[in-house]
Design a binder for this molecule. Structure first.
Ligand code: CO8
Length: 379
């Protein structure tokens, strides 16, 4: 690309969101889970009596709401997930000449972002598919999205678990800063239902499906109504407390498909305790570097994993208990949607902000990984 412009400033021009039609309430989820537990305990009564098989316990709606703040989650395959004999999504395998399901929902979110920015696909230079699990190894989902939208440029997939979207935004911003692209789409199709263990009482309630898109562009071509990116910061610290061992090398193991460690597993309490201080400090340090008073942030669009975590992080950063206006939640209706959570919150709760309002998009999750994107409204 030939550029005569000397400085390039990345901004967020628009966002897009795809929400699956179907949603599962806690009541529906717990009813199905408890039916599975009853069936398991009845079928294994003798082995449970001798101590050879562990008796399973019921889940509870009250626990889920109190521990996480989640009341419902959208999913791509409701009936199969709720069927006590199946308890995982059943998405028909598609032919190679059909668009894949991740790309399909990514394209829907991307089209909305492009429309909101008044941007034609021909003007986009790159597509990043940033999500916590890809449905195949290659060709990249990002290239499929690029092709479906008719974008001339380059595209690739990247996975940083729950922080994929903020890592994608910084990557896109860096392409813009370097003059290598003027318009970059970051799509995060999160079909988390495929890697959640719906039979695990400790985590069966956590995740939901969704797709988001963020259009990162050079200020020179961006719409008047946009968000200036004041600064981005990424951090990773290795931890085994959130893990998923599914991978290509597992094919050597005959039980890989059903082994619980080949799905999402976590030490939720440890994650909670270790990640809250790490992220709060990271936000405060980055605000200081950018000469932003963290207590004066107009709004924080935090990663949507747990209402209690967000309450604590927001309190440490703002210096007081945040209200729903300062730290909006989408956990109640979407659950944890991995990397898409903070982007859904931003997408749904940012139109009311006015010129010069400063806010923070922040993600955190497996790795550990965390990302901050400080933004300022331009209207
Ligand atoms: N119903 C009733 N009781 C239950 C249930 C249930 N469903 N589950 C557990 N209990 C019981 C336990 O048995 C325990 O009982 P006891 O005290 O008698 O032993 C009691 O409730 C308390 O259990 P916990 O200590 O586990 O409960 P917590 O209060 O810690 O809440 C949470 C559990 C909600 C998981 C909480 O710890 C949490 O949210 N932690 C943070 C999690 C987090 O942020 N994780 C990040 C994951 S996101 C990411 O990066 C992964 C990317 C991949 C995404 C795609 C995945 C599909």
């Amino acid at each position: 690309m030939h550029n005569t412009q000397l400085t390039f400033e990345p901004v967020i021009s628009a966002t897009g969101l795809f929400t699956p039609e179907d949603s599962i309430t806690n009541e529906e989820l717990v009813e199905s889970f408890n039916a599975f537990v009853d069936r398991h305990n009845a079928e294994n009564a003798a082995a449970i009596a001798t101590g050879d098989v562990a008796e399973l316990s019921h889940s509870s709606v009250e626990f889920i709401e109190k521990a996480s703040g989640i009341k419902a989650r959208h999913v791509m395959s409701k009936a199969a997930i709720l069927d006590p004999g199946t308890m995982c999504p059943r998405l028909d395998e598609r032919a190679d000449d059909e668009i894949s399901v991740m790309a399909e929902i990514g394209v829907i979110a991307a089209k909305q972002a492009l429309e909101r920015a008044g941007r034609a696909p021909e003007d986009v230079d790159a597509v990043l598919c940033a999500a916590s699990n890809m449905q195949r190894a290659y060709p990249a989902m990002a290239i499929e999205v690029q092709q479906a939208l008719g974008i001339d440029g380059f595209a690739f997939d990247m996975n940083v678990a729950c922080s994929s979207a903020t890592f994608g935004i910084q990557t896109a911003a860096d392409y813009v800063r370097a003059g290598n692209a003027k318009s970059v789409l970051v799509v995060s199709p999160e079909i988390t239902s495929g890697h959640l263990n719906w039979r695990d009482r400790d985590s069966h309630f956590i995740f939901g499906d969704v797709a988001t898109a963020v259009l990162v562009e050079d200020k020179a071509i961006a719409p008047a109504n946009r968000w200036d990116i004041l600064g981005t910061k990424l951090k990773t610290v290795f931890s085994n407390n959130i893990r998923n061992n599914f991978g290509f090398l597992n094919r050597a193991h005959p039980d890989s498909a059903s082994a619980p460690d080949k799905l999402f597993v976590q030490e939720g309490r440890k994650v909670f305790k270790e990640v809250v201080p790490m992220v709060a400090q990271m936000i405060i340090d980055e605000a200081e570097r950018l000469e932003i008073d963290p207590t004066a942030l107009r709004r924080m669009w935090l990663h949507q994993a747990n209402a209690g975590m967000n309450r604590l992080i927001a309190q440490r950063v703002l210096g007081h208990e945040a209200n729903a206006d300062e730290s909006p939640t989408v956990l109640d209706t979407y659950g944890n949607t991995s990397s898409a959570g903070s982007i859904i919150a931003f997408h749904k709760h940012s139109d009311d902000l006015v010129e010069d309002d400063t806010g923070l998009i922040c993600s955190f999750g497996a790795g550990y990984s965390a990302g901050t994107v400080f933004v300022r409204k331009v209207a």
